[in-house]
Ligand binder design. Structure first.
Ligand SMILES: [Zn+2]
Length: 343
């Protein structure tokens, strides 16, 4: 492979040219899939494999079903007939689009059908899911907001009820850890059933280290946090900031998020919302990285998602491997679980 001779792409234009070369695309995927350079059979884990150069796949020497495997097997790209160069362009576009990208835009940009683009977007969002369980600490803002409700297509009486309250909207809880000398600020978002005290405080206690400083507005669901945290309250009826007591970091993030959803997507059904939240928080948390860095991080996220699911269903086949561990990101799975949506 000649990939070492050419510099890694840094712009969309370079990405298209670079990955149009099949060896570059395969070499890059291989380095993400097997970072130590040793190709392992995804079925049995054996390193006794050989490369079939004409078909760009490997074959395991051990005797078992599905001895042949491609670089896509065991990732969110498994079962996808779309070529790697199109996938990699899609990864680049999504990783670096400020407000996200709709399936219509992706369909026109890379030349796949809108339906295919929709499935690709969902798979890439799975790759963008942050699975870190690291808790926030230091100075943390907590706030909640409501997203959704397609006021445009509704009767005016229903519109009025949305304006007055929260009918048809989804509650989202946000936490923002402020800048520290070690790292820039980052967010964690959760879709919550309601904004009652029990639910909001349970999220905070799960995600923020005891004893940290927490800043909230005067919403009563946050009262009582002072038992475990340094809780400071800003009463928005009075003012928006008193020194470092404010929730302006999250307020700014909410307006960014809502602008992105409104500007890019025709509609976001409540059930899909958490996927958009994953996508938007990924871009926010990685904003200091450059385009190439963000791209590599998203592509690296294609791994491991299958394993997590296999643990969840807990079924194992004769070979000790999870049964159908990969079928969850197949198009059938997505359709059954998400229904079809045109955004
Ligand atoms: Zn094998």
């Amino acid at each position: 492979m000649k990939s070492k001779e050419v510099a890694f792409p840094e712009t969309l234009h370079e990405v298209i040219k670079y990955f149009a070369n099949e060896d570059h695309a395969l070499g890059f995927m291989k380095s993400i899939r097997w970072p130590d350079g040793v190709v392992k059979c995804p079925r049995c884990g054996s390193t006794e494999v050989f490369f079939l150069s004409t078909r760009k796949i490997w074959k395991c020497k051990a005797k078992h079903e599905k001895q042949q495997f491609s670089v896509k097997v065991g990732t969110v790209l498994e079962d996808s007939p779309i070529a790697l160069d199109k996938w990699l362009c899609a990864f680049w576009l999504i990783a670096n689009a400020k407000n996200g990208i709709s399936s219509y835009e992706l369909h026109r940009s890379i030349g796949v059908t809108q339906k295919t683009a929709w499935f690709m977007l969902h798979r890439i969002r799975l790759a963008m899911q942050n699975e870190s369980t690291e808790q926030f600490s230091g100075r943390v803002e907590a706030d909640e907001t409501f997203i959704g409700g397609r006021a445009r297509n509704m009767h005016s009486d229903k519109k009025a009820s949305i304006k007055a309250g929260t009918v048809g909207k989804v509650a989202v809880m946000g936490l923002l850890e402020r800048n520290s000398p070690e790292r820039s600020s980052r967010v964690k978002l959760r879709v919550v059933r309601n904004v009652r005290r029990h639910g909001l405080q349970r999220e905070i206690k799960k995600e923020v280290i005891k004893g940290s400083a927490i800043y909230t507005d005067a919403f009563r669901s946050y009262s009582g946090l002072e038992e475990e945290y340094i809780h400071r309250v800003i009463d928005h009826a009075e003012c928006y900031a008193k020194g470092h007591v404010h929730t302006n970091g999250l307020e700014n993030f909410w307006s960014l998020l809502k602008r992105g959803i409104k500007g890019t997507y025709v509609s976001v059904e409540p059930f899909h919302l958490f996927r958009y939240l994953d996508e938007q928080s990924f871009r926010f948390n990685e904003r200091k990285d450059n385009d190439a860095g963000r791209f590599v991080k998203v592509v690296a996220g294609i791994l491991g998602k299958g394993l997590r699911y296999a643990k969840l269903i807990g079924k194992k086949g004769d070979d000790g491997l999870p049964q159908k561990a990969t079928s969850w990101w197949s198009e059938t799975w997505l359709l059954n679980h998400l229904g079809f949506e045109t955004d």
